[in-house]
Design a protein around this ligand. Structure first.
Ligand code: FEH
Ligand code: ZN
Ligand code: ZN
Length: 335
């Protein structure tokens, strides 16, 4: 591959690791015109690497520094982007209409490659000597989990003896369990369809884990003394996960639908949702939050469970993720 030359603010990264996400599967499976992206482009929106060359106007980490790439690339100048919340760029719709892509590996060439151009050094967070395979997942799985916890934090902090349910203990869920244990006093209740995922939840500090069954909401409510969960983080977002999510919610609780499983929640009064329910659809996270996630990992508080694949085995990794056979996060490493 010819070595791209960074211009203006651009920075060239030598990729050391790129995580594989369920959103990559959505991109791979999308039909023509389904996504606001021009094709072809290289996937990989969860990237760690080393700065190897900077454009003449580049800011941020110097050549030689090891970094993770903040993946949601907004307009860079609206109020949200200026505050480091490019995940919620106010010009997203306009950018999508121009088909300029959502970010690294999402309409723009990403990190499933040896080299990757980043539009600006403002999108890079130094990772010190964190191993690349454990750093890369922080930029998406870790950041999204952290932002999701931040979204429901008020319900957890305002409710003495609060319980929080984590639905789906995969690449994001296992990190959410660790973040909840490290940053809240809530009782963490984990749910998954795989025994090995519940074992991972236990390793990550969950107080209780149960397989998804018809009576899951009743089982979980029983662990809360009958009050229900002050917050539910649904990293699956399917019909089968959202049903127990709604049924286990406490009055005045918070439901964060993080997974893109295509499930639906009927918002109606009167209806199944308890009074006071707040629903959010957290997306990725902010640049300041990414720095906080990297700091937690650097302190040894956040440990990513990784399944490593050579970049040349990317199709094997995709198949493993599709079949539910990945424990933790799949990470691709250039050959
Ligand atoms: C990225 C692009 C579009 C939808 C969802 C995502 C997430 O994987 C980012 O965390
Ligand atoms: Zn992702
Ligand atoms: Zn913007």
């Amino acid at each position: 591959m010819a070595r791209p030359t960074p211009t203006a603010e651009e920075v060239l990264i030598e990729v050391e690791a790129a995580g594989l996400c369920r959103s990559d599967l959505h991109v791979i499976d999308a039909g023509p015109g389904d996504l606001p992206y021009r094709v072809p482009f290289t996937l990989g929106h969860e990237v760690a690497g080393r700065v190897v060359r900077r454009g003449p106007l580049a800011v941020g980490p110097a050549v030689g520094e090891r970094v993770v790439v903040y993946g949601p690339w907004g307009c860079g100048s609206c109020a949200r982007c200026a505050a480091g919340a490019e995940n919620y760029c106010d010009r997203r719709a306009a950018l999508d209409a121009e088909r300029v892509g959502t970010g690294a590996g999402l309409g723009r060439d990403g990190g499933m490659a040896d080299l990757m151009l980043v539009p600006s050094g403002r999108l890079l967070v130094p990772v010190g000597d964190l191993a690349a395979t454990r750093a890369a997942p922080l930029s998406d799985a870790g950041l999204t989990a952290y932002h999701s916890v931040a979204t429901v934090r008020r319900a957890l902090d305002d409710t003495p003896g609060a319980s929080v349910v984590v639905l789906g203990v995969g690449g994001l869920g296992h990190l959410a369990v660790q973040i909840l244990r490290a940053t809240t006093n809530a009782q963490v209740l984990a749910v998954d369809v795989r025994e090995e995922a519940l074992a991972l939840a236990d390793e990550c500090g969950a107080h209780f884990g149960t397989l998804l069954r018809p009576d899951t909401a009743k089982v979980l409510r029983g662990r809360t003394g009958g009050a229900g969960a002050a917050a539910v983080l649904d990293f699956v977002g399917s019909r089968s996960s959202l049903e127990p999510a709604v049924d286990v919610l406490r009055v005045d609780g918070e439901l964060a639908v993080v997974g893109s499983g295509g499930g639906e929640v009927l918002v109606r009064k009167p209806g199944a949702l308890p009074p006071g329910t707040r629903i959010s659809l957290p997306f990725w996270g902010t640049l300041p939050e990414l720095a906080e996630v990297v700091a937690l990992a650097g302190e040894g508080v956040l440990k990513v469970k990784v399944e490593r694949f050579a970049l040349s085995s990317a199709t094997e990794a995709v198949a493993a993720l599709r079949s539910g056979g990945v424990r933790g996060r799949a990470v691709l490493v250039p050959d």
